[in-house]
Design a protein around this ligand. Structure first.
Ligand SMILES: [Cu+2]
Length: 455
């Protein structure tokens, strides 16, 4: 990736390329309780902007990587072969996995090495994603292509009758900047790297042909730093059925939806009132110029729709603040030193354990932002519930299980969670779980902490 400032030196075509659906990865072997998958991290050259070639770093040489589909409570092993020229670690975002399989930033997988991560999937089904989490280089390596979907389901969810099969798609939105020859430009902007070309599943501004039925669209903001405000050009509302940690208790109707880096929105878009020939643009109303449009839905055929959106999705067990054994305070700020982004006044240190919550206990974490920009804070290991945002209870769409929280400028978000199932070893930092800003350049510039769950 080269240097250079400013925007792309080449324009991407708009609504000329079809939506790419990444292939579903097949297990290389399975037992009664476990599926083993294999991915090869490698440098590759792919076509993104027509007429040019782009060097990427991808799982199986593609970006996004193959989609892994699993059922909860069935164990997964993902064996990563690092055939790239850089060291990596891989984190399953939203995964509740054994300490030590979290993809700790310094638990390196060196070029030529192989590492198997085991995921119990002992959690509620959700839209997860796997991505690079290497110390100081997460922004570089995710930008270069290291990200893919990990979609979890179960019999309960399948029995709801939601749109499925060809009517269920997962889309990752990412912004990138391109040089004239098609290569990616990455500047590691310490404020957060913003691209000027919107990619969906690795292709610029694609179109997606739909019929006159409901579609389930799992939306991931896989951008390094950009927050989007999503809307449809004809004013059609989204019916949100899920967030980071899986299904909401009940559907929520929304006309616009904010999505910060790493957040997921699981929505139903109903095209049954549309006409063949309609073209509905998926907009980013927070953007300007080339970042105001994301993709387009083209209604091309009439079809009957047997799917439903039940008014009861999956009940969410409310965690009781009275059960919390303690409240931890985390202040996200800036410092004047060589590490501008800090938590509780300190830059990340992989040798320092910042908290040791006890297994089986419930805690409230108070996330305070002392800067003028929003930080999307992500906590590994468990799912959380938002108690309040600046003292007010969350909107229904934010009241389910979440792992990434938009902490507003100069604001505070309080979340509650219970540390179940897995303990680490305070003498082995690779068994720590991370908490960090998911603006990847803030994370790489030390806005990160780590905790070890103890007995
Ligand atoms: Cu941040």
């Amino acid at each position: 990736m080269g240097g250079g400032g400013g925007g792309s030196a080449i324009s991407a075509p708009v609504f000329e390329l079809p939506l790419n659906i990444p292939p579903v990865l097949q297990p290389i072997s399975s037992t009664a309780t476990q599926d083993i998958f294999e991915l090869t991290q490698r440098n590759a050259t792919v076509g993104i902007i027509p007429g040019t070639q782009t060097a990427i770093l991808g799982y199986n040489g593609m970006t996004p990587g193959p989609t892994i589909r699993v059922d909860s409570d069935r164990e997964t092993v993902v064996r990563h072969i690092n055939n790239s020229n850089v060291r990596t670690t891989t984190h399953l975002h939203g995964g509740h996995m054994r300490a030590g399989d979290d993809g700790h930033p310094v638990d390196y997988v060196n070029p030529g090495a192989t590492r198997a991560y085991t995921y119990s999937n002992k959690q509620l089904p959700a839209t997860l994603w796997y991505h690079d989490h290497t110390m100081d280089l997460t922004g570089d390596q995710v930008y270069a292509g290291l990200a893919g979907f990990y979609l979890m389901s179960d019999d309960y969810e399948r029995a709801l009758g939601l749109p499925s099969g060809d009517q269920e798609v997962a889309i990752v939105i990412q912004d990138r900047t391109f040089a004239a020859d098609g290569s990616l430009i990455y500047n590691d902007n310490i404020m957060g790297e913003l691209g000027d070309t919107i990619l969906v599943n690795g292709a610029p501004y694609p179109y997606f042909e739909v019929s006159t039925r409901k579609y389930r669209v799992r939306i991931l903001n896989g951008s390094n730093a950009r927050t989007y405000n999503l809307a449809l050009s004809n004013g059609t509302t989204f019916t949100q059925i899920g967030s980071d940690g899986g299904l909401l208790p009940a559907p929520v109707s929304r006309t616009t939806m904010s999505i910060a880096p790493a957040e997921r929105l699981d929505v139903i878009i109903d095209f049954s009132n549309a006409s063949v020939g309609d073209q509905i643009v998926f907009l980013n109303t927070a953007g300007s110029g080339s970042t105001t449009q994301i993709m387009r839905f083209d209604v091309t055929r009439v079809e009957d729709d047997g799917s439903v959106v039940p008014q009861v999705l999956r009940p969410v067990e409310r965690l009781d603040p009275a059960a919390a054994v303690q409240t931890r305070r985390w202040v996200f700020g800036m410092s004047g030193g060589s590490y501008p982004w800090v938590i509780n006044g300190r830059p990340y240190d992989p040798e320092r354990i910042d908290a040791m919550p006890r297994l089986g206990t419930t805690e409230i974490w108070e996330l305070t932002n002392r800067t003028g920009m929003m930080h999307p804070v992500h906590i590994h290991d468990i799912m959380w519930q938002i108690l309040d945002i600046n003292g007010r209870p969350p909107a229904p769409q934010d009241a389910g299980w979440k792992d990434t929280f938009q902490v507003p400028p100069m604001g505070t978000v309080r979340v509650i969670g219970r540390f179940d199932d897995y303990v680490g070893d305070p003498n082995d930092v690779t068994t720590a779980y991370m908490m960090h800003c998911h603006i990847l350049e803030h994370e790489d510039h030390a806005m990160m902490s780590q905790f070890v769950v103890v007995e």
